[in-house]
Write a protein that binds this ligand. Sequence first.
Ligand SMILES: *Cc1c(COP(=O)(O)O)cnc(C)c1O
Length: 463
Amino acid sequence: MNHDDLAKWSRRAADWARDYHANLRKRPVRPPVTPGQLAARLPGAPPEQPEPMEDIFADFEALVPDATTHWQHPRFFAYFPANAAPASMLAEQLANAIAGQAMLWETAPAANEIETVMIRWLAAALGLPARFAGTIHDSATTATLCAILTMRERALEWRGNRAGLSAAPRIRIYASDQTHSSIDKGIRIAGIGQENLVKIPTRASLAMDTEALDAAIRADRTAGHLPAGVIACAGGTSVGAFDDIAATLEVARSHGLYTHVDAAWAGSAMIAPEFRRLWKGVEGADSIVFNPHKWLGAQFDCAVQFLADPAPQINTLGLRPDYLQSLGQNEITNYNEWTIPLGRRFRALKLWFVLRAYGLEGLRARIRNHVKWAGEAHDAIARLPGFTIVTAPVLSLFTFRYRNSDTATEALLRRINDDGRIYLTQTSHRGKFVIRMQVGQFDCTRADVMSVPEVLTDLTRAG
Ligand SMILES: *Cc1c(COP(=O)(O)O)cnc(C)c1O
């Protein structure tokens, strides 16, 4: 295959993509396949001789779509969305065509400078002060790991990077019991240890008890431990919990701790000013992460980390060996020094395309609709016999139970997803099995959202 063939097949792929998206509603959201079924249909070894692209493409069409969970399906209400607006897909194709590597300014000037400008655009779009710098990572997990490593090194005055942790005091990091498992993972990778992630209980509002936070930091200091940072939750994955960001950051600041806000999902909603009360005080954070790949339409992967001051993170992660010097240009931004991998994709291009192709008003209209329709679906489900709402909508996320029973709720969820018209997932809340519903797919309509109470009615009436 050469570049002429690539052009021909790219046109074929573009037509295939259009038909795939046009017909998504006819497909079950989650495919009716069992583990191992697809693998069993592939040869055990790679071919010795080249195969015609016709055959490869035909096998793709025959095997892949029917064994795919369709994240772009308009009736995908599981997890959180991973939206891919068409304009972002186009940008990815162009980034693929260039196939550059954006580790240094010198290796990708356009990617580097568009990234800087997109961070500025997004800070303004979310109502953050213009002083925030930032960078783009693959995932919120990576951004949070960077923030945790920065907390560790800042507290150790960068001794950890030099001497390791064996002689260090116990580093302590604080977060609520509603935070995402990516924080636990980051704590483990950073060598801090799960036992030193102090999970502060939440109040009835699901916000961290800030008095308990203050007491925990004081007790740790007295015990000779080293408090290093606080991670605040702005839209928890389970049921959408929000900490009182202003109060949480205030406690952290009073103890001189570094702060990171995890707004991976909810951050996108902050392009609409009426939702910003949910993370009031966020401008006081040292670091904030949000995933434009979730709710803003930038194809996976794309996680934005804002930094009030990039210096501590660069001091933690930045290395500049001889072979990565840009001769005569020592003052430029080289984003690999802000992130974990050296190699970096040109992710800023899809943000540029999405923000321009839909405009902030177009993106706000979608998110506002999602929140409104989630409220309508919530009201309809609350009225269905046998159903109880467990957590009320936070933005577009709420949870419910059936017959107030773990077994009945779980059995119903299995039937819903085997049925395939819609896709929902579960969590546990205060010890109870609940079904989560979130609305956020880029192309979903009110009718798609209201199909959820219809399917629930159907499946529970049938027995
Ligand atoms: C989705 C999510 C994450 C993890 O995001 P990745 O980009 O997949 O690592 C972290 N925190 C919250 C609140 C999330 O919703």
